[in-house]
Design a protein around this ligand. Structure first.
Ligand SMILES: NC(=O)c1ccc[n+]([C@@H]2O[C@H](COP(=O)([O-])OP(=O)(O)OC[C@H]3O[C@@H](n4cnc5c(N)ncnc54)[C@H](OP(=O)(O)O)[C@@H]3O)[C@@H](O)[C@H]2O)c1
Length: 369
């Protein structure tokens, strides 16, 4: 039977604790030490943050609605708590989605990355669950490709792209997609054996790109394009790591790239990763930190599946299939989801910034020849 009023829920959690508390309880953020925010986050029950309305398919004209739910655990609290406790909290939030009447629930940021990446949560709930990672990968790769087109220094097919966090769900799948598009992919991570395993798996069929692995972040100097998606929970990429003229797409939440890079390196562009424009007069009735009309790609995956009435566990676990990455990109485009303008720290990149980075990239290239 066709569902006449398809609804979704999406689970978010505090990313930058003080900033997140300030948006909802400004007075509390002023008085509460940050350590307390981490601690208290675990005591709070899951809550409905807002109703989402106005998402409208550009192809079918259908409107859907949903809810933003909070799983009140900070990344630090998730990392330091027992996994069972964290799962329980996410499942409780999923149960809230069920009670509200959602047909599918999406997991945001660390609620998707923690433990077995949604598998336990999906088994416990009566509605399907998706992490949104397939669409995040599609959007992140498309953003880097667009940056390469705007820079006009190296053709995308001839580019070297470094993937930081290449053993993770998003990093591995992004490397998989990139390996068929660019000239060289550099897999970067903490564990040499894990990285080599990923490289071996990617090379079980012929690839356009040569694939190399390293645990040395300093080798970012070799890459004009970087995609970073770790769960370090703190800045791991610093100004000294990056070569002049490079573009770094930071998909991680909390961010992988130190704010010092944007402050001290005007020859480098740090882009906000995984952000799309939602079709229709969408209103989230909650400020999760993006300009109006924009959403994270992981949220958008849940919306696209709802518009398609694909109420299934679409992306679950750490093995993301590139077929699904391509499929969800196609479905997203069909319903009118599109890349957001490229942004850095929440602001649209200005033409002067592009010009500076383009100039630095050309100089860096000339020196290497
Ligand atoms: N923008 C968006 O729309 C969006 C959507 C979904 C997710 N995200 C974000 O994307 C990131 C990755 O998510 P995921 O699902 O791919 O996570 P994941 O599967 O758990 O992978 C995490 C990766 O981070 C690495 N890592 C963990 N701690 C690290 C450290 N201290 N230093 C260096 N590397 C470290 C891991 O390496 P090991 O293998 O060595 O542990 C692994 O490669 C998260 O920050 C998440 O919040 C963003």
């Amino acid at each position: 039977m066709r569902i006449s009023d398809p609804r979704f829920a999406f689970i978010i959690h505090p990313i930058e604790p003080r900033e997140d508390v300030r948006r909802r309880y400004p007075w509390l953020a002023r008085v509460l030490p940050e350590g307390w925010i981490h601690f208290f986050s675990g005591l709070w029950p899951p809550l409905k943050l807002s109703d989402i309305e106005g998402i409208e398919s550009r192809s079918t004209g259908e409107r859907i609605r949903g809810w933003l739910l909070a799983c009140p655990l900070t990344p630090q609290r998730m990392r330091t708590s027992r996994l069972e406790f964290v799962y329980r909290k996410i499942i409780q939030t999923g149960r809230l989605a069920e009670r509200l009447g959602a047909h599918i629930v999406g997991l945001g940021a660390w609620t998707a990355a923690i433990g077995d990446a949604g598998e336990t949560v999906a088994r416990a709930l009566d509605i399907p669950v998706t992490t949104g990672d397939s669409y995040t990968v599609a959007v992140a790769v498309a953003q880097l490709q667009r940056a390469a087109q705007l820079l006009e220094v190296v053709p995308w097919e001839g580019a070297t792209v470094a993937v930081v966090g290449a053993t993770g769900a998003i990093g591995r799948a992004a490397a998989d997609v990139l390996a068929d598009q660019v000239e060289r992919v550099l897999l970067i991570g903490r564990r040499a054996r894990g990285l080599q395993r990923v490289a071996d798996e990617l090379q079980t069929r012929p690839r356009r790109a040569t694939i190399e692995v390293t645990t040395d972040l300093q080798r970012l100097e070799e890459a004009p394009f970087v995609l970073s998606a770790t769960t370090a929970g703190r800045a791991i990429i610093h100004p000294r790591h990056l070569r002049p003229g490079s573009v770094v797409l930071d998909v991680a939440l909390p961010r992988d790239v130190s704010r010092q890079v944007s402050r001290r390196r005007d020859d480098v562009l740090v882009l906000d990763g995984g952000i799309v424009r939602v079709p229709g007069p969408v209103d989230f009735h909650f400020n999760f930190g993006l300009p109006r009309g924009l959403a994270y790609a992981c949220m958008a995956e849940t919306m696209i599946l709802t518009l398609e009435r694909r109420f299934e566990c679409y992306t679950i676990g750490r093995r993301i299939s590139t077929d699904k990455v391509r499929e969800i990109a196609r479905l997203g485009a069909y319903h009118g989801f599109e890349l957001a303008p490229l942004m850095s720290l929440g602001r649209r990149v200005r033409s002067l910034q592009w010009e500076r980075v383009r100039h630095a990239a050309r100089q860096a290239l000339a020196q290497r020849m």
